[in-house]
Design a protein. Structure first.
Length: 316
């Protein structure tokens, strides 16, 4: 739970018919988003809805405003009023902890502290609480990434690549709670670098690495994309997971592809099915090819690979 007695709320007031298209404004920024009616006609027809995100720390105002403007443009309506205010922290995070049931994703079993053991044998346990950083497994794109990691873990070529790679061997870009870094560290027992632009995510990822007994394997760092030198020093990585959003993923295509080892695998998530082509085109231009695709509607999770040897390097 946040130390401060207050939380932050960011509220968009939108026409009822457009409310759903504004939910994505908070995707990846907070797990706690609610939609509710604020105004109706005398005969009960919905007029105005509120789409509200709750944050344990000051929310990224400029990013929320920019995303809201994009959503308004896409819905063909004027930019909606956006209000930020401090609210009593109350029980919203506790409520979301209680609402988070344990989850199985392939070889991984994800549970919060509120779930009493014993936990299923033969699974890799990830202990992650709903908290101030995104990623407790229940979001479809995180879940899809865990399934993709589970499938990659079955492939001998991937295991060989990880064994050959330097230290760290894998990268979790946009780590949030660190859930994917924990999964990689537990599946492969190889060092993983976990990067996030949000200092709170880096703090939570540290705490989760300790709570899961993999602090020696998972190293969280603060980085905007591949900006921090630690990311480039650690390259190339045999596996990279990046669950962010379609546009930042597209913008990072050159940087991320450049960090991937020959024969390496790159998991991309946080994109909607209709954004797949946009993201894929950018990564194909970097020489990667589509290896697998997991759909958790409306989300798509892509697994891309790089050829095991660089043909251009072999040319005279
Ligand atoms: C959707 S969450 C994913 C969290 C976790 N990896 C999971 O799979 O559940 C996206 C994360 O990416 C981070 N992020 C967004 N833009 C970023 C950037 N440019 N560089 C690094 N991290 C970024 C956010 O702070 C957030 O923690």
């Amino acid at each position: 739970l946040p130390d401060s007695p207050t939380a932050w709320s960011a509220r968009l007031t939108v026409p009822a018919a457009a409310a759903l298209s504004f939910e994505a404004v908070f995707a990846g920024l907070t797990d706690v988003v609610s939609l509710y009616e604020v105004e109706e006609t005398a005969d009960g027809v919905s007029l105005t809805w509120c789409v509200e995100g709750l944050f344990a720390a000051a929310p990224p105002r400029a990013e929320i405003a920019a995303r809201a403007a994009l959503a308004a443009g896409a819905a063909g309506i004027p930019e909606p009023p956006l209000a930020f205010e401090r609210v009593p922290a109350k029980d919203w995070l506790t409520a979301s902890v209680a609402a988070f049931p344990p989850l199985a994703a392939g070889r991984f079993y994800i549970h919060g502290d509120h779930v009493p053991g014993p936990y299923p044998a033969g699974k890799l346990h990830l202990r992650v609480n709903a908290a101030t950083a995104f990623g407790s497994g229940e979001h479809a794109s995180t879940y899809g990434c865990l399934l993709a990691l589970d499938r990659l873990a079955r492939r001998a070529a991937v295991r060989r690549g990880l064994a050959r790679a330097g230290t760290p061997a894998a990268l979790d870009m946009g780590c949030g709670s660190g859930i994917l870094a924990l999964a990689m560290a537990k599946a492969w027992r190889r060092p993983v670098l976990a990067a996030d632009i949000d200092p709170e995510a880096v703090r939570v990822a540290h705490a989760n690495a300790r709570a899961n007994g993999v602090a020696a394997l998972v190293r969280p760092v603060l980085s905007d994309g591949i900006g921090d030198a630690a990311l480039r020093r650690g390259a190339p990585y045999a596996v990279i997971a990046a669950n962010i959003l379609a546009r930042p993923l597209r913008a990072m295509s050159r940087g991320l592809a450049g960090l991937l080892a020959p024969g390496g695998a790159l998991i991309l998530a946080g994109l909607l099915q209709r954004q797949e082509a946009m993201v894929l085109t950018a990564y194909r231009a970097q020489g990667l090819w589509l290896h697998a695709r997991i759909l958790r509607r409306p989300w798509a999770i892509l697994v891309l690979r790089r050829a095991a040897f660089d043909r251009t390097a072999a040319l005279p």
